[in-house]
Design a protein around this ligand. Structure first.
Ligand SMILES: Cc1cc2nc3c(=O)[nH]c(=O)nc-3n(C[C@H](O)[C@H](O)[C@H](O)COP(=O)(O)OP(=O)(O)OC[C@H]3O[C@@H](n4cnc5c(N)ncnc54)[C@H](O)[C@@H]3O)c2cc1C
Length: 406
């Protein structure tokens, strides 16, 4: 078995070449090896094997069932099943830890009638799909969570089943470890170019930074915020760009009386329980432009002038807090509709997208990896029909509507 320390692939030809070996690339590789009908050779090319810069390393690692689009609910239902039964999915390997979900739920807060109406409509979709979303009046919110200030709130929406924190890092580790044990080759290298056939309908090979030219049956674009750059190598436009998202971790002088749900304030700032006595808050700047791939600078005035005042207004106990740590990460932001782009390109038929997950890709990684393995193996979906995420909608400029985007 090749070690990840290797930079040069052992072969010149692979059935599947995956560009990017973080959570999406590794999920796809693992699901392919887990599919009894797939027998091909898989190469994963990862430019940064330390994974320091990828979205996966900067995530807040939560899942929710509260989406407005039923397909996104189904995707998260599979995520919950996969996480809770990780060991079984990994063939019962006793080294695989048993994982759970820290179900404090997401609490959406509406401060106007239009958004309250959206929450009501979303709840109908979610209940029909089997989620347990509850709508709460401000009084009901206070009865359950006395620490909030709710004077401006019209309605809340919460679900505490399969919704909250999960250990994405462990799932990622096991996908990578198990895929490699099953023969997937990971190399530390960068894809810098692609060659198409004479008619332009297929990618024939990818070129590595070290000069090797590797032939591929299928190429999967799992390159996160760099997805558009990778697509461009095959002559394809993709509306995905890096957008900065900030995370702060803090302790409160007086901790809250119970776990803090992942609270989506009407301002867009969100916060949640982190450790037993720590809290996490996430936010973004306004405006929110595309940034350079290597721009991870913090913006301290954002915390001081914008984020802290908002959380302290929503939870007065958060007037007295102490920052513990902070980081900036990148969403792979799909500017059309902030949703996944999955499956083949309309003309370059062996170029598969696995891109544009914006703020909900971690929880989508089980369903997306499984879906990609079905596409590669059968040419179509066998479990969950993920066709609505196809690239065609980009061509048609038709957004896939998801109203619950964070
Ligand atoms: C602050 C923040 C909070 C988030 N919170 C959540 C959350 O709570 N729940 C949730 O579900 N999702 C969340 N997300 C989103 C989620 O983390 C991402 O959608 C997911 O990690 C994307 O994984 P990926 O493998 O597609 O991309 P990445 O993790 O970015 O991986 C892409 C990889 O491709 C490699 N690569 C790129 N170009 C090349 C090339 N040319 N050659 C070789 N390798 C290349 C990169 O080095 C990188 O390792 C959050 C994201 C951020 C930034």
């Amino acid at each position: 078995m090749a070690t990840f320390g290797a930079t040069i692939p052992q072969n010149q030809t692979y059935d599947v070449v995956i560009v990017g070996g973080a959570i999406m690339g590794s999920s796809s590789a693992w699901f392919l090896t887990d599919n009894p009908d797939f027998n091909g050779r898989i190469l994963v090319i990862e430019k940064d094997p330390s994974y320091q810069m990828c979205s996966t390393a900067h995530t807040n690692s939560c899942m929710r069932q509260q989406f407005s689009n039923v397909l996104n609910v189904r995707i998260s239902q599979f995520a919950a099943d996969f996480v809770k039964n990780l060991r079984d999915y990994m063939g019962g390997d006793p080294r695989v830890p048993e994982l759970g979900i820290q179900n404090y739920g997401y609490l959406y807060l509406a401060d106007n009638d239009a958004f309250a109406e959206t929450l009501r409509a979303n709840q109908k979709v979610q209940l029909a799909a089997g989620a347990e979303t509850r709508l709460l009046t401000p009084e009901q919110i206070l009865a359950e969570y006395p620490f909030y200030a709710v004077d401006d709130i019209r309605l809340g929406s919460i679900n505490t089943k399969d919704e909250g924190y999960w250990d994405g890092g462990t799932v990622f580790d096991w996908w990578r470890r198990s895929a490699r044990a099953r023969g997937v080759e990971y190399v530390a290298n960068e894809v810098v170019a692609m060659t198409r056939n004479a008619t332009g309908t297929r990618v024939e090979s990818v070129t590595l930074a070290t000069g090797e030219v590797i032939s591929c049956g299928t190429v999967i674009n799992a390159s996160g915020p760099r997805a558009a750059r990778t697509a461009q190598m095959a002559g394809i436009d993709l509306p995905v760009e890096p957008r900065k998202r900030y995370t702060w971790i803090f302790t409160a002088e007086k901790p809250l009386s119970r776990d803090l749900p992942l609270t989506i304030d009407p301002s867009g700032v969100h916060m949640r329980q982190d450790g037993p006595t720590t809290y996490l808050v996430g936010g973004r700047g306004d405006p929110d432009p595309a940034v350079e791939f290597d721009d991870f600078r913090m913006d301290h005035s954002l915390w001081e002038d914008h984020i802290w005042p908002i959380i302290a207004a929503r939870i007065p106990q958060f007037e007295a807090i102490k920052l513990v740590t902070e980081w900036a990460g990148h969403y792979a932001y799909n500017t059309l509709d902030q949703n996944a782009v999955l499956g083949p390109h309309s003309q370059v038929e062996n170029f598969l997208f696995l891109n544009g997950f914006s703020g909900h890709g971690l929880q989508q990684s089980p369903a997306m990896g499984r879906g990609i393995s079905e596409l590669v193996t059968y040419g179509g979906f066998r479990t969950l029909d993920l066709t609505p995420f196809g690239y065609d909608r980009i061509d048609r400029n038709e957004p896939l509507v998801e109203k619950a985007v964070i």
